[in-house]
Design a binder for this molecule. Structure first.
Ligand code: COA
Length: 145
């Protein structure tokens, strides 16, 4: 039985807040487009407890001159559940569904420390590093499907 389920945007805050916005008010966990009908949030459950999340936005990036792109945001696993394969399962789920829906490309902004995790999943860096204020160094990453 799959432990991955779709969840509503507010439920993602349970993981976004401690992992991606530690010590910051919960309002900082809200992303533009979270509640669009085209946005999907996935949660990984460990014995009914939400421990990992990833969100998929139907958003194209002008670096690629074609449609059918998706943007991944807010990939996070609670500290005590990291390095147990949960992030990988969440991303495999995103890739599988993207292929089923005939998407052509997945792109996102990755934190520098997570780049090796994504490279293992066949994502590639595009361009040079840049800073996101208050969050740190990022790279654009992508994978053609
Ligand atoms: C990055 C993150 C989502 C990965 O999820 P995870 O569940 O810890 O990763 P997994 O256990 O599925 O990792 C799969 C493999 O990648 C490796 N890996 C995971 N994170 C890594 C990292 N930051 N650097 C290098 N390798 C990493 C794991 O060791 C594992 O390899 P193994 O199978 O040989 O042990 C998670 O660690 C996290 O939430 N980090 C903090 C928030 C963050 O940086 N999010 C990404 C924002 S872009």
């Amino acid at each position: 039985m799959s432990k991955i389920k779709t969840i509503d945007s507010e439920s993602t805050f349970i993981v976004r807040n401690p992992v991606l916005r530690p010590g910051l008010p919960v309002e900082t966990c809200r992303f533009e487009g979270d509640n669009l009908p085209t946005t999907t949030h996935f949660g990984y459950f460990h014995e009914e407890m939400l421990v990992g999340i990833v969100s998929v936005f139907e958003k194209s990036n002008a670096n690629w001159q074609f449609d059918k792109q998706i943007q991944v945001r807010g990939m996070a696993v609670l500290d005590e559940f990291q390095k147990k394969g949960i992030g990988e399962k969440l991303m495999h789920n995103v890739i599988k569904l993207a292929k089923e829906n005939q998407k052509k490309l997945i792109w996102f902004y990755a934190r520098k420390n997570a780049v090796p995790f994504y490279e293992r999943l066949n994502f590639h860096k595009r361009g040079t590093a840049f800073e996101i204020e208050g969050v740190g160094t990022h790279y654009m990453m992508y994978r053609l499907l």
